[in-house]
Structures are given as structure tokens and as C-alpha cells.
Write a protein that binds this ligand. Structure first.
Ligand code: ADP
Ligand code: MG
Length: 266
């Protein structure tokens, strides 16, 4: 079966896209999935957070997008069992210029996935691909939305959470009505929830009333372990499995799988 392709998109920076990519991938792997992360952010935080050194990035997402390498050639195993990554390099900053004049500029990633064949990790096919987007609605994010089956939107529990969301939803709708009719929204995950802060509760209530069922039951708490783990080149689940952040990502993974089953059955 072809892997399910989920993209983590929100044009705001610092909302938890990369933290969710790393820890959701690890949590999915912990419950039996085989996961490939594609790091599309020139900052490369997902690559660094998974302990991939610069010297290990000889072949990167840039090479895949410009057609100089296949996904299989660019994918490297991480130290997390059953999690591989197509790493990012700063070259990605220049990719827009390279492909902007080409007719298939929005289809670069989709075309690369078409030639995926049976991408395997530990001799079994990859079951999930998670794409970590840059904080922008640029051509990189558009490529991810064109290539994906569904979008997972991380929203930070802060006063301006809903601001900017309508622009993202509009972009998703545009891509669905033109370039990728099968694109759906997997869900909205609220991040950095602080239970001691009344504002967090209020924001959560507002987003739930606005977005309804799309919001996952699982809310990711503000948890210092989640922010410490990347400096050790590890996901939080391998750094401190028992912390509230790791446990929340495990619950999120089961919710994501449940929704996938529902979407596939529909
Ligand atoms: P994005 O990829 O959307 O820019 P990140 O995942 O990099 O966002 O998160 C931004 C910053 O917030 C990072 O320093 C990260 O470690 C921290 N962070 C993310 N989620 C949490 C959380 N639930 N609790 C505490 N810190 C978090
Ligand atoms: Mg990021």
C-alpha cells in the first residue's frame, strides 16, 4: 500500500510544526508504523533535532526537488528505530529561483513521490510520510500541499492563534480546487497549552468552536522536555518518554491513525 502523506503546515513560525513532525513520527514508529520525514525547511530544524549532522546531508530535499536525486537516494536512517529523513540544507533557500520558471514547479515533490516505488525501512514499506514545512506559504509549502493526502495544522495556544489560519485554510482550499483534489485536513493540533494560564483555555475553546471536530482531542502541553530534547539530537520520546509532552504525542499518534482509518474507509 502507498504510504499516507501528511504535511505539517502553518505559515507562522514557532507554532510547533517541527516539534510535532519529530515527535509524531517517533510516536507513530513506536506503535508499529515506518515513517519518513521530509524536511522542507531551509532552517533544517527537523534534521538537526534528529541528530543528523551537516556532513550527513550530502543528498538533500533540494536534490529531490530539482530532480537530481530520488527520495530513496536522499532518505537516511535516523537513530530513531523505523524513522528515516530526507534532510534539508540551506540550498533549499535557492530552490524557488531554480524551479520558479518551470511549468511543473508546484509538482516537483509529488513527481518525486510518484517514483517512490516501494520505499522500505527495515525491509518493510514506509507507511507514513510527514513533511515539515517552512514558516511560509511559499513554493516549498505549495509543493507539500500538492504532494500530500492531508494537512495537519499545528496551532499555538496563544491570543493570535486564529489569525492567519483563514489564510492557510484559503490556500488549502485553492490547492484542493485546482492542483490536488484529494487534499483533506487531517486535523488541527493545539500546541504549547499551559493549564495555569486562563488564556490557553480560552483560546482552546475559541478554536474548538471555530474548527469543531477538526481539532484533535489531544492537546500538546507546554513542556520544557519537548524544547530540550532537540539539543541532544533526539525526539522527546527517546529523551524522556514519561514526560507530559511525550505522552501527549503518543496519544496524538493514535488519534491520527484512527482518523486515517476513518478517511480510508469513507
Ligand atoms: P515551528 O517548526 O512551527 O517553527 P517549533 O516546533 O520549532 O515550531 O517550535 C518553536 C519553539 O518552541 C522551539 O524552540 C520548540 O522547542 C518549542 N516548543 C514547541 N512545542 C513546544 C511545547 N509543547 N512545549 C514547549 N516548547 C515547545
Ligand atoms: Mg520548523
Amino acid at each position: 500500500m502507498a504510504p499516507r502523506i501528511l504535511t505539517l503546515a502553518n505559515q507562522k513560525g514557532g507554532v510547533g510544526k517541527t516539534t510535532t513532525a519529530i515527535n509524531l513520527a517517533t510516536a507513530l514508529a513506536a506503535i508499529g508504523e515506518r515513517v519518513l520525514i521530509v524536511d522542507l525547511d531551509p532552517q533544517g530544524n527537523a534534521s538537526t533535532g534528529l541528530g543528523i549532522s551537516r556532513t550527513d546531508r550530502a543528498v538533500s530535499a533540494y536534490d529531490v526537488l530539482v530532480g537530481e536525486a530520488s527520495v530513496a537516494e536522499a532518505a537516511i536512517m535516523t537513530t530513531v528505530p523505523n524513522v528515516a529523513i530526507v534532510p534539508s540544507t540551506m540550498d533549499l533557500l535557492g530552490v524557488e529561483l531554480t524551479i520558479a520558471g518551470q511549468a511543473d514547479r508546484a509538482f516537483k515533490l509529488r513527481n518525486a513521490f510518484k517514483q517512490l516505488g516501494e520505499l522500505v525501512i527495515n525491509e518493510l514499506p514506509v507507511s507514513y510520510i510527514l513533511i515539515d514545512c517552512p514558516p511560509s506559504l511559499n513554493l516549498l509549502t505549495v509543493n507539500s500541499l500538492v504532494a500530500a493526502d492531508a494537512v495537519l495544522v499545528p496551532l499555538q495556544c496563544e491570543f493570535f492563534a486564529l489569525e492567519g489560519l483563514s489564510q492557510l485554510l484559503q490556500t488549502i482550499e485553492q490547492i484542493r480546487s485546482t492542483l490536488n483534489p484529494r487534499l483533506s485536513i487531517q486535523g488541527v493540533v493545539m500546541t504549547m497549552f499551559d493549564k495555569r494560564n486562563n488564556l490557553s483555555e480560552q483560546v482552546l475553546a475559541d478554536v474548538r468552536s471555530e474548527m469543531g471536530e477538526l481539532v484533535y482531542d489531544t492537546v500538546i502541553p507546554r513542556n520544557v522536555r519537548l524544547s530540550e530534547a532537540p539539543s541532544y539530537g533526539k525526539p522527546a520520546l527517546l529523551y524522556d518518554l514519561k514526560c507530559a509532552g511525550s505522552q501527549a504525542y503518543l496519544r496524538l499518534a493514535t488519534e491520527v491513525i484512527r482518523r486515517e482509518r476513518r478517511l480510508n474507509a469513507a
